[in-house]
Design a protein around this ligand. Structure first.
Ligand SMILES: [Zn+2]
Length: 200
């Protein structure tokens, strides 16, 4: 069992997904009467469990001055956590695009599902990726300082400024191998549990 919230990620990955991220998970395709169609139910495998509050290490007291109750758990030292019996894969949007590209899945919206019947094909592609050189998919970290802009201020004087600095943290070989292995485990779980793979 792995904890959804406690997934260990590379720091650079974590930094890049603060604003945008995609999670690959297992779900069951079910008929939904409200929608009158089939939808992916990813809550199917989630279980709510009691866990030790990670803010106060289960002590219920704030670390800064022991007389205060921990805000996060209201002093109980316990929180509710969702756990899944498989490891989810959480990646930045840029790396989700890379993964879909490696798997030859055409999806610009970064939301979709791979049906249970399509899993043998997905597994075949993942095993192939494990056996070929995936170095071409790696990307170096690039810092774009932003372009220089010349504008006029309210007095008609020229003002030089720069656009925002953008950092693409890139993706290394080790990370790509981690993606492939995690997805292979996810496919195994989905195949054994009559599930599909979803990403969103
Ligand atoms: Zn707490």
């Amino acid at each position: 069992m792995t904890r959804t919230k406690g997934n260990k990620m590379l720091l650079q990955e974590l930094l890049s997904i603060i604003n945008e991220s995609v999670t690959f998970s297992a779900a069951v395709l079910e008929y939904d009467p409200h929608y009158d169609g089939e939808i992916y139910n990813s809550a199917k495998f989630q279980k709510e469990v009691d866990a030790e509050c990670w803010v106060c290490d289960g002590k219920g007291k704030s670390k800064h001055g022991h007389e205060y109750e921990c805000d996060y758990c209201n002093g109980t030292g316990k929180i509710k956590e969702f756990v899944t019996p498989f490891k989810e894969l959480n990646v930045s949007n840029a790396n989700a695009r890379l993964i879909l590209n490696m798997l030859e899945i055409d999806n610009d919206e970064l939301i979709g599902g791979i049906k249970h019947e399509e899993l043998p094909e997905l597994k075949r592609k993942l095993i192939k990726l494990k056996n070929i050189n995936t170095r071409k998919y790696t990307r170096d970290t690039v810092t774009d300082k932003g372009s220089v802009r010349v504008s006029k201020d309210e007095h008609g004087l020229s003002k030089i400024s720069r656009g925002p600095t953008m950092i693409d943290v890139g993706v290394g070989q080790e990370q790509i191998t981690h993606y492939i292995d995690t997805l292979l485990d996810l496919v195994d779980f989905a195949q054994k549990n009559n599930a599909a793979i979803v990403f969103n």
